[in-house]
Design a protein around this ligand. Structure first.
Ligand code: ASP
Ligand code: MG
Length: 596
């Protein structure tokens, strides 16, 4: 008999009528012959209301009491849902997090799941009951109530689906699926039928708030297919699955995060450990750093730029002021009028022209790019905030995201492939089941024989990046990482990219032509560099990975030339001679987390 987990978010149980509708969906699934587990969030905005109530009592509520309070929201809704099911003539039992044996660590308000005891749930399902489990909550070793963080019911649902080996996990919500971009920003956004975990992880971290990020990490680890769909209709929504190649389109989605700020530390001495001091000072303040670009200047000094959320700018600047002096850097600058536009696509790994297509679209919209970072499945550009929507639209159009790719596969076609023996990779067999949400690394790799090319004095105006990468593409050179930073020079910037060492000579040749055409200051390039990459699941929600990587390299006196981060990987470009040392050091530091 198949087992379905159905999760209903706050808006899907906001009032009694909606609670009845949710109950009916579960009953229908049961009558169709499924075992049904529901996971339910607090009604409507109840969690917010509880937070306000706590704030009225005092400004510093103890974290433990906060979780005690917030968990009551879900307790109300599971009881009401179970009652509604009874009223409609079926049998249901509501259970709290503790009662389903949802064991977590003790980090109140952001607890991570350690294990789930499925015994009781299975017994109730055997008895023909619908199990209605409270989302978002668990208990620690001491039986304290914990919560998983805002939006955590998704994670409860996917975790239950994983440990119960459910056939599907349906997420009922107030939108009918995942869109190519936020439809509130661009009405032409299109609902996608199928998207991969990796793409969804990137989009979620870019603010596509459809699902809790940690729930997708969970789904990926255990290979749980997720169906995001509307609770107000029966139309099919979006399937989030392992398969990366559900179409050949290079880009599956675009996103814009409006409220970013750029911070640059100018003239950082280019020796090991200096940028680490910058980032560890910020990490201590629990500020998330996003696009990171380190540009080696021509004078042996580096300019380190990164973005933070605009609301964190003041704290970031205050934190860095003393660090700038301590490390002997020259100055600290910032820009708080910037937004980030990104494209995400699992297929872009194989397609060289994605970056230049994006840059051309921005150029045609007359948008100047302030910074660029790339990862294996994402390209981000920092743009002026007053042009952010235009920039998003230009990119969405350039990749024809409003149109369904002609070779897009549906979920039923993918299921047919699977039935025909197409392997689906999961990590489940390799995981410790007493630490379900622990950081899981899939590998530490070194790619040698890389080269870097840097163009200095690149005019900071629309169209330059597009021209550069079109010319490089036209020369048949395939570029890997691209970064454009900020160097404090009025009207100019520098751009670096990496290529295979074989392509260094032709790349330098094209770069020199480009430099001449746009009156740039110069070109520098060199081989003998390597990329070290730590890959895994949840590299952002486990924020210490990047810090540990840089600490390990700094401790070994290894200088980092370029940095790339994403949900899936953290990459550092270093000297070839240090590659082996770096790998050994990292394998030692991350031994615990490496999936075997
Ligand atoms: N009720 C919790 C919240 O509002 C958990 C959830 O809805 O997923 O964040
Ligand atoms: Mg919610």
């Amino acid at each position: 008999m198949s087992l379905i987990v159905q999760k209903f978010g706050g808006t899907s149980v906001a009032d009694v009528e909606k609670i009845r509708a949710a109950a009916r969906k579960a009953i229908r699934a049961q009558r169709q012959g499924n075992r049904v587990v529901m996971v339910v969030s607090a009604m409507g905005k109840n969690t917010d209301r509880l937070l306000e109530l706590a704030a009225e009592v005092g400004p510093n509520p103890p974290a433990r009491e906060m979780d005690m309070l917030l968990s009551t929201g879900e307790q109300v809704s599971v009881a009401l849902v179970a009652m509604a099911i009874h009223e409609l003539g079926s049998e249901a039992v509501s259970l709290t997090g503790g009662q389903i044996g949802m064991q977590t660590d003790s980090s109140f308000s952001k607890a991570r799941i350690r294990s789930i005891n499925t015994e009781r749930i299975n017994r109730l399902l055997d008895d023909g009951k619908i199990v209605v489990a409270a989302g978002f909550q668990g208990i620690d070793n001491d039986l304290n109530i914990t919560t998983l963080g805002r939006g955590g019911s998704d994670t409860t649902a996917v975790a239950l689906a994983a440990v119960l080996k459910a056939d599907s996990c349906e997420i009922y919500t107030d939108v009918d699926g995942v869109y190519t971009t936020d439809p509130r920003l661009l009405p032409e956004a299109r609902r996608v039928d199928v998207i991969s975990y990796d793409e969804m992880l990137e989009l979620a971290s870019l603010g596509a708030s459809v699902m809790h990020n940690r729930s997708i990490e969970f789904a990926k680890k255990f290979g749980v297919p997720i169906h995001v769909r509307s609770s107000f209709s029966d139309t099919e929504g979006t399937m989030i699955v392992t398969e990366q190649e559900s179409s050949s389109a290079p880009v599956s989605g675009a996103a814009m995060t409006p409220d970013e700020a750029r911070v640059t530390v100018l003239g950082v001495p280019d020796v090991p450990g200096k940028s680490l001091q910058i980032f560890s000072a910020i990490a201590e303040k629990k500020i998330a750093v996003d696009m990171v670009v380190q540009n080696v200047g021509d004078g042996g000094k580096a300019d380190v730029s990164f973005t933070v959320q605009r609301k964190e700018l003041a704290t970031t600047l205050a934190t860095l002021a003393p660090v700038v002096d301590a490390i002997g850097a020259e100055a600290l600058t910032h820009d708080d009028q910037v937004s980030k536009v990104s494209v995400v696509g699992a297929n872009m790994v194989q397609q060289a022209a994605v970056a230049s297509r994006m840059f051309r679209a921005l150029a045609q919209a007359d948008v100047n790019i302030h910074m660029i970072t790339t990862s294996e499945i994402k390209i981000s550009a920092l743009v002026p905030r007053d042009q952010a929507i235009d920039a998003l639209r230009a990119v969405h159009t350039a990749f024809s995201l409003h149109e369904k790719p002609s070779d897009a596969k549906s979920w039923s076609e993918i299921k047919a492939d699977r039935a025909a023996g197409v392997e689906v990779e999961t990590l489940v067999s390799r995981l410790r089941d007493d630490a379900l949400e622990a950081l899981t690394l899939t590998g530490i790799s070194v790619v040698e024989d890389q080269a870097r090319v840097t163009l200095f004095g690149v005019p900071d105006r629309p169209g330059i990046a597009a021209d550069m990468f079109e010319k490089i593409g036209a020369a048949g050179i395939s570029v890997d990482m691209i970064v454009q930073g900020y160097n404090g020079e009025e009207g100019s910037t520098s751009v670096s990219f990496t290529v295979d060492e074989d392509a260094l000579e032709p790349s330098l040749k094209v770069a020199k032509q480009i430099a001449a055409a746009h009156a740039m200051r110069g070109v520098q390039g060199g081989g003998n560099i390597a990329k070290v990459t730590v890959s895994g699941i949840g590299l952002r929600s486990h924020t210490h990975v990047a810090t540990l990587l840089f600490e390990t390299l700094a401790a070994d006196e290894i200088n980092v030339q370029m940095i790339g981060t994403s949900e899936l990987q953290v990459t550092a470009v270093i000297d070839s001679e240090a590659a082996v040392r770096a790998k050994i050091g990292l394998e030692r530091v991350f031994a615990e987390s490496l999936a075997k």
